[in-house]
Design a protein around this ligand. Structure first.
Ligand SMILES: [Zn+2]
Length: 265
């Protein structure tokens, strides 16, 4: 999560946050918890029954009242958030939470985080080596079950592999300084490789300083908390590759069309 945004948004809480991670809200931030408890926005996410993205909205069973008090959810115990698909209201996403004191924990959901998230990563199989693509899906599955360190190790390997790809391209340049690169920490490496990496990643490189820590220095919860950020970094690099691939293909098609036209004139 970025500095401006201390707590996961309701969407992140529902769709991205692994099970069992605990989020404790400060007194002045209780409103952020209320937004999840009384979630009443729409949300665009994958519907496994439609097998494509759809717009979901809150599905209330029976009558309900909404309190505007920021602390209305504190210590309520278990609560359910259900969302229904706008294409077919019988397509339900079910989430079970528990609120103990000012701490909220997601303790169950159907469909699983893995099935909600895997659809969105399928496209990356085109630009990521099969071995790493498998690790990416494995990592998402592990994180979905609250396995912090294990899922983090896979993501870290993929991230490092992508950084190494950029390194191999960059070292071909005449001004390349290998010795300072080798000594650099991950956030510094991202800066050094700025010409080969997506701008967003370079702008937010401080987020990746966690990758320079040894696995034994990190707790399960730290790994789970860092998971979405590292996954996002990987997706941004892979989106960039997909975009370049799409562009190269389009240029190639244009070239063919121009040659075909030229031969008829
Ligand atoms: Zn649906």
């Amino acid at each position: 999560m970025s500095h401006e945004q201390k707590y996961p948004t309701p969407k992140e809480f529902l769709i991205d946050l692994p099970l069992y991670e605990t989020i404790t809200f400060e007194d002045e931030e209780l409103e952020d918890g209320r937004k999840l408890f009384y979630f009443d926005e729409t949300l665009d996410t994958y519907c496994p029954k439609c097998n494509q993205h759809s717009i979901f909205s809150r599905h209330w069973r029976g009558t309900h009242t909404t309190s505007s008090r920021a602390d209305s959810w504190v210590n309520v115990g278990r609560f359910v958030v259900e969302l229904k698909c706008s294409r077919n209201p019988s397509h339900i996403l079910f989430f079970l939470f528990t609120a103990q004191g000012q701490t909220i924990q997601k303790i169950g959901q159907l469909p699983s985080i893995a099935s909600l998230n895997l659809f969105d990563v399928k496209k990356y199989s085109k630009v990521l080596e099969q071995k790493y693509f498998k690790e990416l899906t494995k990592s998402i599955g592990l994180a979905a079950h609250g396995v912090g360190v294990g899922s983090f190790v896979y993501l870290r390997r993929i991230f490092e592999f992508l950084i190494e790809e950029a390194h191999r391209k960059a070292e071909a340049s005449a001004t390349w300084d290998e010795s300072s690169y080798i000594k650099a920490r991950m956030n510094e490496k991202i800066q050094i490789l700025s010409s080969e990496l997506p701008h967003f990643l370079v702008e937010n490189k401080s987020m990746y300083s966690i990758l320079s820590k040894g696995i034994h220095e990190l707790s399960e919860n730290e790994c789970l908390a860092a998971f979405p950020v590292i996954k996002l970094g990987i997706e941004i690099i892979l989106d960039d590759k997909l975009e370049k691939m799409r562009r190269a293909k389009k240029l190639e098609e244009a070239q063919k069309a121009i040659s075909a036209l030229a031969s008829t004139i």
